[in-house]
Design a protein around this ligand. Sequence first.
Ligand code: AMP
Length: 487
Amino acid sequence: MKFTDLGLAEPILRAVREQGYDTPTPIQAQAIPAVLAGGDLLAGAQTGTGKTAGFTLPLLQRLSSTPPARDARGRIAIRALILTPTRELAAQVEESVRSYGKYLKLSSMVMFGGVGMQPQIDRLRQGVDILVATPGRLLDHQQQGTLDLSHVQILVLDEADRMLDMGFIHDIRKVLALLPPQRQNLLFSATFSDEIKALADRLLNRPALIEVARRNATADTIAQKVIPVGRDKKKELLAHLIRSGDWHQVLVFTRMKHGANRLAEYLNDHGISAMAIHGNKSQGARTKALAEFKAGTLQVLVATDIAARGIDIDQLPHVVNFELPNVPEDYVHRIGRTGRAGAPGQALSLVCLDEEIFLADIEKLIKRAIPRETVPGFEPPPGERAEPIVLGRMTIGVGGARRGGGGGRPGGGHPDTRRDAPKPAARPPQPARREGTALQGQPSRHGGAPRHDRVGAGHATQPAPHGQPHGRRDAPRPGPRLTQPKR
Ligand code: AMP
């Protein structure tokens, strides 16, 4: 299969050629004809699969083959709206729109919070065909009356699962209410939890369903290792590994924003250049850190899960889990940053006794035991005992904690949450219910055939999720191993 077989116009093919791509990825091969046909789409695809071009290329083609829409004042009106969970992803998607659309007469803009409104208002006034935005800032503009979404023909929800994880469901609903009812809807999600299915039911009309595996099969290209370590020796061990391995580009994950800051400070104090990126950092600081890291002048980038989401860095040699994620799926997202496009990568997890509970969940999800290797001098000291892990106002782990019951999201919050994210303590512990973690197909509620809750092998079918009964809609996440809220 070649790009030229997909029915794309020459100016788009030219831009694709200039990117150096000649073979479409599986998601592109399936999504491009489906979107060009004009129907809705539900696509299971993660970062790294080529999903961005999968929706951008046909979107550009559809818009460029019809005349621009005009608002009441005769200005070019927004015909395509792409919503993303994070600023970084919004910026990257809009960059893709610009590079793939460079030979077309279409205009685009990116809109996210953390930067001034006025330049965005000025840009909107000039007229925009394609808007890439995060939901919060979009609604800010709507409230100020500076945004007209009444001409939108195509809506894309990119990384919809992450938007729901970040508590954006209400914002998404508000945005949907601002759009004309007649439109094409494309929903991209790495996982198909009940919440995603509920959103898809509400949003999509007889969608084509596409699921693809990650381009980089984790088992083959990523060497995963667990290094058991004493709780108080983690920072020292990380500095030791970086120095002794002569690592020059390391992405390090922490669970919490303040942990990311403290670790970056420690590394800098010990002669290793490091910067932290997370939701509290200004856009300028995040962009600078990412640019330096990509250029190879910054040795270590310390990130929380949400901040790192959507960052595309090819062939990253080392990913380190300084702390294991409490959401097991985040482990898969994290280590997917290395070993890209068949290049070998290394994913190390520094695990202290407190985190064994998270490790068990991760190994259950990925269906394999991760090899353990100790580094002499950094082992957990004899007699060290597991202690509970405090995440925000929740305590997870030992001390009355339940084992193996759920997905590790206390009350639905994520440690690096943003505005409107559900407050963990606001919700009582829920009965255990694992979401989006099953690797096996589950009995279908849609008539017999197994459904896959996670991304599986590539195929396209036509499900009819409309009007199907579902479980609790927008139900809070489970509260596994939750002991008591901390005051
Ligand atoms: P995405 O999943 O959209 O974040 O894309 C991941 C990476 O794959 C990006 O660096 C793209 O530039 C790259 N990519 C997208 N499509 C192709 C393709 N057909 N061939 C090679 N690389 C691609």
